[in-house]
Write a protein that binds this ligand. Structure first.
Ligand code: GDP
Ligand code: IMO
Ligand code: MG
Length: 420
């Protein structure tokens, strides 16, 4: 029995969906613990692409129980759409009664908040994630369990709506939201989703007690974590090992394995600092070859070299027991490949640790180690053979972070994976 957490070690989109789907083979439960439909996880099965935003990546397997944990923010309409798209070919689903609901006013407010920031906008996915987590922290959120009871719906709406309407008014956003209209919407959600709502913490812990393999599927990445990301250019949840435990209602000590998923290079969607960003033809080549366009928003992802300073912080906070390195195939057939091993402050003083201050970070420039490229013709996935140059590249990452590499991913499909 193993409880494994899958964590995005960078700025999201590392390939968590693929790795979750791959590891799900031996699992009974796959749970999402944080974030919402800002996530976009792609799974490719027999050449067919599946994009999931809210449903855990185990949902496509009939023998796996999928859980949306208490730390997730749920847009019920998005969830219903995803479920309808899947049809009957899916496993069981449970939603935590403690998970907060993204209400229609949250999505409207996300747009208003972003517009008001002008040039300093965060570049959110516009899905109401921040406003929903704000209401949760302000103790005026509405939880999935609340919609099971008419009186509770009204009580919660009476707390939440006045403040949200005032905010919408502040941003000049016209709307027709009333307690009555939202009450009807909530009742509709109860009808369609009520059967899935449960105490998900109890459920996941029962599986752990039964010695089942459990996967906790992280969304986003450590560097857009609300605590340790490049604040304020972050999301509003905690895509860390600690966040995974809390958001699925299990004790941190129950987690056995923590797989840090990292691309062999680096991407970022939205605004914020990016020390190794490649704003040149190499960056464009990586974007085109790697199809680096957002799964959720379609926005082009910014591309750059792998950054070990970032990964050191991710490992420090999350305690990776192994790494899954994805998209190595995208770097194949390049003359040379770089890895950032440290920063120089004002081109002078060595900086080894990722700073919290963005103005300090802006003064940092990356120091690179250059590696010889490898040829795609020297890769044989079925035999687990990778070129010597790729091995050198991987060994350097593993030794620098002192974490073994358990998975090497060389394509989006399940069979394009080497496990060591
Ligand atoms: P996630 O949010 O971390 O699940 O990642 P996304 O699904 O947003 O983005 C990763 C993209 O890369 C998806 O289109 C995957 O199908 C694809 N992918 C994952 N691993 C690999 C890989 O090793 N090679 C290639 N070429 N594509 C990959
Ligand atoms: P997955 O799970 C990449 C980014 C947004 C924005 C910031 C805040 O697919 O890796 P939000 O809507 O969360 O308030 O936006 O966070 N962001 C992601 N970037 N992958 C994600 O998820 C992301 N989820 C949010 O682009 O910069
Ligand atoms: Mg994604």
């Amino acid at each position: 029995m193993t409880v494994t957490t899958i964590i995005g070690a960078q700025w999201g989109d590392e390939g968590k969906g693929k790795i979750t789907d791959y590891l799900a083979d031996n699992s009974k439960v796959v749970a999402r613990s944080q974030g919402g439909n800002n996530a976009g996880h792609t799974i490719v099965i027999d050449g067919k692409k599946h994009k999931l935003h809210l449903l855990p990546s185990g949902i496509l397997r009939k023998d796996i129980t999928s859980v949306i944990g208490n730390g997730v923010v749920v847009n019920p309409d998005v969830l219903l759409k995803e479920l309808n798209n899947l049809g009957k070919e899916r496993g069981k689903l449970f939603i935590s009664d403690r998970a907060h609901i993204i209400m229609p006013y949250h999505k409207l407010l996300d747009g208003g908040e972003e517009s008001s920031k002008g040039k300093s906008m965060i570049g959110t996915t516009g899905n109401g994630i921040g406003p929903c987590y704000s209401d949760k922290a302000s103790r005026i959120g509405i939880r999935m369990g609340d919609i099971m009871d008419d009186d509770m719906i009204i009580e919660r709406l009476e707390k939440a709506l006045p403040r949200n309407l005032a905010l919408l008014d502040h941003y000049g956003i016209k709307n027709r939201l009333t307690i009555d209209s939202l009450f009807e919407i909530c009742k509709g959600w109860r009808e369609s989703l009520g059967d899935f709502i449960t105490d998900a913490s109890l459920l996941v812990n029962q599986h752990i007690d039964n010695k089942d393999n459990v996967l906790l599927e992280g969304a986003q990445g450590v560097h857009i974590d609300i605590e340790y990301g490049t604040y304020p250019f972050v999301t509003s949840s905690s895509p860390t090992t600690a966040g995974a435990a809390l958001g699925s209602g299990i004790a941190p000590s129950k987690i056995d394995e923590v797989v840090g998923v990292t691309k062999a290079y680096l991407t970022r969607v939205g605004s914020g600092p990016f020390p190794t960003e490649l704003e040149d033809e190499v960056g464009e080549m990586i974007r085109d070859k790697g199809q680096e366009f957002g799964t959720t928003t379609g926005r082009p992802r910014r591309c750059g070299w792998l950054d070990l300073v970032m990964l050191e912080l991710s490992h420090r906070i999350c305690g990776f027991t192994s790494l899954a390195i994805t998209k190595l195939d995208i770097l194949s057939d390049m003359d040379e490949i770089k890895i950032c091993t440290g920063y120089k402050l004002d081109n002078d003083t060595e900086v080894k640790h990722f700073p919290s201050s963005l103005s300090y970070l802006a003064r940092c420039s990356p120091v690179y180690k250059t590696f010889a490229g490898w040829s795609s013709s020297n890769i044989d996935i079925s035999k687990g053979i990778v070129p010597a140059e790729m091995r050198t590249f991987l060994d350097f990452i593993s030794k620098s972070l002192n974490v073994p590499i358990s998975i090497v991913s060389l394509g989006p499909g399940r069979d394009e994976t080497i496990v060591s």
